[in-house]
Design a protein around this ligand. Structure first.
Ligand SMILES: Nc1nc2c(c(=O)[nH]1)N[C@H]1C(S)=C(S)[C@@H](COP(=O)(O)O)O[C@H]1N2
Ligand SMILES: [Mo]
Length: 193
């Protein structure tokens, strides 16, 4: 498996750690039930769709090796994620030309938006396994987004809704002053510094 990484591998101001610290601002999701869980994909798309769990898990599966960088300064190397590439969702719903961003909603109030351009990169994955084990509930089980090239607050846990939008909408941390673009390699931590 190829590690998809950018140069230098460790972004400025980051340090490698082992383990996987949990960072959650909202309440935990309701217990997962495969019969009632849904993933809604909507907005500026030709074919909006509500996936059942079974349908989602029937999409092509991929594994990815990538590093994970939190804005607090810790980075976890070599995470093997298993899931569905964001590109697969795009193929299925066909964004309109007006779609420029995707707003990712967790089960409760947490949200974050990324540009459709970044979402289309080949390491953006909706994952259920990390290092060959099911995600812990606190890490986003049954489904989390992983966007390795941005600070980890963009990697929304407990994803339940994806909205394709024309103009950017600020998410949970972006409303609190964090940078919309969140590129660790140019230290885009805060909107105003
Ligand atoms: N729904 C949700 N997703 C979230 C967060 C959160 O609070 N709620 N925290 C983010 C932050 S700041 C980080 S560092 C990572 C942490 O992932 P982990 O808790 O699985 O380690 O999740 C991101 N995704
Ligand atoms: Mo974070």
């Amino acid at each position: 498996m190829i590690l998809i990484s950018r140069k230098p591998r460790l972004p400025p101001g980051q340090r490698w750690i082992t383990g996987f610290p949990v960072r959650t601002v909202e309440q935990m999701p309701d217990p997962f039930d495969a019969d009632t869980w849904t993933l809604t994909v909507e907005g500026e798309v030709a074919n909006p769709h509500v996936f059942s769990y079974k349908e989602f898990r029937a999409l092509p599966v991929t594994t990815q090796l990538s590093d994970f960088h939190c804005v607090e300064g810790w980075s976890v190397p070599d995470n093997k994620w298993e899931g569905v590439l964001f590109q697969e969702i795009v193929k299925r719903v066909e964004p309109k030309t007006s779609a420029k961003f995707v707003l990712i909603h967790a089960e409760h109030e947490y949200t974050s938006a990324i540009s459709l351009e970044v979402a289309m990169e080949d390491d953006v994955i909706l994952a259920w396994n990390r290092n060959d084990e099911h995600l812990r509930v606190e890490d986003g089980w049954p489904l989390r987004l992983v966007v390795p090239r941005l600070y980890a607050w963009k990697s929304v846990k407990w994803v339940r809704r994806i909205t394709f939008i024309e103009d950017v909408e600020l998410g949970y941390w972006e409303k609190r002053g964090y940078h919309q673009d969140a590129d660790p390699w140019i230290s885009q931590r805060f909107a105003k510094e």
